[in-house]
Design a binder for this molecule. Structure first.
Ligand code: URP
Ligand code: ZN
Ligand code: ZN
Length: 465
């Protein structure tokens, strides 16, 4: 068979095993695995040398916000910079959240997000849909599922943004999505207690004394744990399917594990920042830059989340990329309730998880691929098109060096951000070469893709069951 590209001499790493095999690509798909493919079937194919490297499926980041109007500004990575960053970080598919504003319908939100992505995206993309008003939007959910958007998100906080859902809305969405085969993603933080704690600490004296650290003081772990517990209870009662997004606490991991053991249909992701950072960052001079919801927690939470990944109750790692520049973060002017919430992450997802996980022996290299590529694709209804190196899958392929580290420097990165939570860190796992549907988008750590190449990917049948 004539091949377009042969990836030669690397170690193919999947969620299940590692093999020394060449990989053949044709018409954007993986079509061959064989020893010495280059010697037997070169015939005009481009040969990519992967000797000494791992060949993995493209990363799948299922929690991304690009060009998001939020906290009085708009997140600064859009579909241009954000997907270039994804490519260089080895992420070849992202899932963003289309959010209806004001009286917009779900379809209008999807149209708005398509307009953001079209002509700009350099990697493939899909959308979840946020439900901000269940009574108005619930009737349109079935149509959205038919159009390839089977996952919905409700926020338990963010009343000021007009995004908050109450218990009835969450219960209703779980019931309906169960009938329709959809899945509900929930931002789980307990709004009532959180608002009380914010009111209590929102005074000049405390802001002067603690600065950005107040962000952590008003969000103790029980704020997340209570909300996860509540969402799990509604899931158990309805028999629905729940995906806890950006889980940051040890207590959350315990609750999810227990519920899974009881047979409740709940899955949970964590994000790279909860694995790599702890809340001591808020006590530093630029502590406000790290403000995100939920905030990074304590070392014991990190430890528990790594254990959860290895054990399985934490099923995937994403980024919750929601980038704000120093100028945008400066909007806080000493009041921690006014900081735009979110951080950059797409370009460092795989490197952070690989370096902190595999090189520190918290995960095997196969678990790394499972958590960053295969399981996210499976959960979100992208598998086996994405997240795997099977014959017939999209040729989303990334080549990483197992040990060679690069120093993180936002000045040399694709993100529009003028700071990085990992500035100066030495990380392995950046994409040395990357392919999206067979087209090379990174060559020798250099972005070579093009805007508009990325395609919308419809999704069906989310969840693992
Ligand atoms: O602070 C965050 N995480 N910003 C993005 C919105 C969200 O809650 O996911
Ligand atoms: Zn959220
Ligand atoms: Zn988010």
């Amino acid at each position: 068979m004539k091949l377009d590209t042969i990836i030669q001499g690397g170690k193919l790493v999947t969620a299940a095993d590692t093999t020394r095999t060449d990989l053949g690509i044709r018409d954007g798909k993986i079509v061959a695995h064989a020893q010495r493919l280059a010697e037997t079937q070169a015939d005009g194919a481009e040969i990519v040398d992967a000797k000494g490297c791992y060949v993995i499926p493209g990363g799948v980041d299922v929690h991304v916000h690009l060009d998001l109007p939020f906290c009085g500004t708009v997140s600064s990575d859009d579909y241009d910079s954000g997907t270039r960053a994804a490519a260089c970080g080895g992420v070849t598919t992202i899932i963003d959240f289309a959010i209806p504003y004001g009286k917009e319908t779900l379809q209008q939100a999807v149209d708005n997000w398509h307009a953001r992505a079209e002509g700009k995206a350099c990697v493939d993309y899909s959308f979840h849909l946020a439900i901000t008003n269940w009574d108005r939007q619930g009737k349109d959910v079935a149509k959205m599922i038919d159009r390839g958007i089977p996952t919905f998100k409700q926020f338990m906080i963010y009343a000021k943004e007009g995004w908050q859902s109450d218990d009835a809305a969450i219960y209703g969405a779980l019931e309906t999505l169960k009938e329709l085969g959809g899945m509900l993603c929930v931002h789980a933080e307990s709004n009532g207690v959180l608002d009380l704690l914010i009111d209590r600490h929102h005074n000049r004296a405390e802001m002067k004394k603690h600065g950005a650290y107040l962000h952590t003081m008003t969000r103790p772990n029980f704020v997340e744990a209570e909300a996860i517990q509540r969402a799990i209870l509604w899931t158990k009662a309805t028999g629905g399917r729940l995906f806890v997004v950006h889980m940051s606490t040890a207590e959350g991991a315990d609750l999810v594990k227990r519920a899974q053991q009881e047979g409740v249909n709940v899955l949970a992701e964590t994000c790279a920042q909860y694995l790599a950072l702890d809340d001591s960052v808020f006590a530093t001079k630029d502590g406000h830059l790290y403000a995100t919801c939920p905030q990074v927690k304590k070392p014991r939470d990190q430890k528990r989340l790594w254990e959860g990944l290895a054990d399985g109750e934490v099923c995937s790692v994403s980024t919750d990329t929601c980038t704000f520049s120093r100028k945008q973060k400066a909007m806080w002017k000493g009041d921690w309730t006014k900081i735009p919430m979110g951080m950059p992450g797409l370009e460092t997802l795989l490197p952070v998880v690989y370096t902190q996980g595999v090189l520190k022996r918290r995960l095997t290299v196969n678990q790394f691929v499972d958590k960053c590529c295969t399981t996210p694709a499976r959960i979100m209804g992208l598998y086996p098109r994405k997240g795997t190196l099977q014959i017939g899958s999209d040729a989303d392929v990334v080549i990483i060096h197992p040990t060679k580290k690069r120093k993180v420097d936002w000045r040399k990165m694709q993100t529009n951000c003028d700071w990085s939570p990992y500035q100066g860190w030495e990380l392995a796992g950046f994409a040395r070469h990357a392919f999206c549907r067979g087209r090379q988008i990174v060559d020798d750590y250099t972005f070579v893709g093009r805007n508009g190449y990325g395609e919308f990917v419809p999704r069906f049948n989310p969840g693992l069951a």
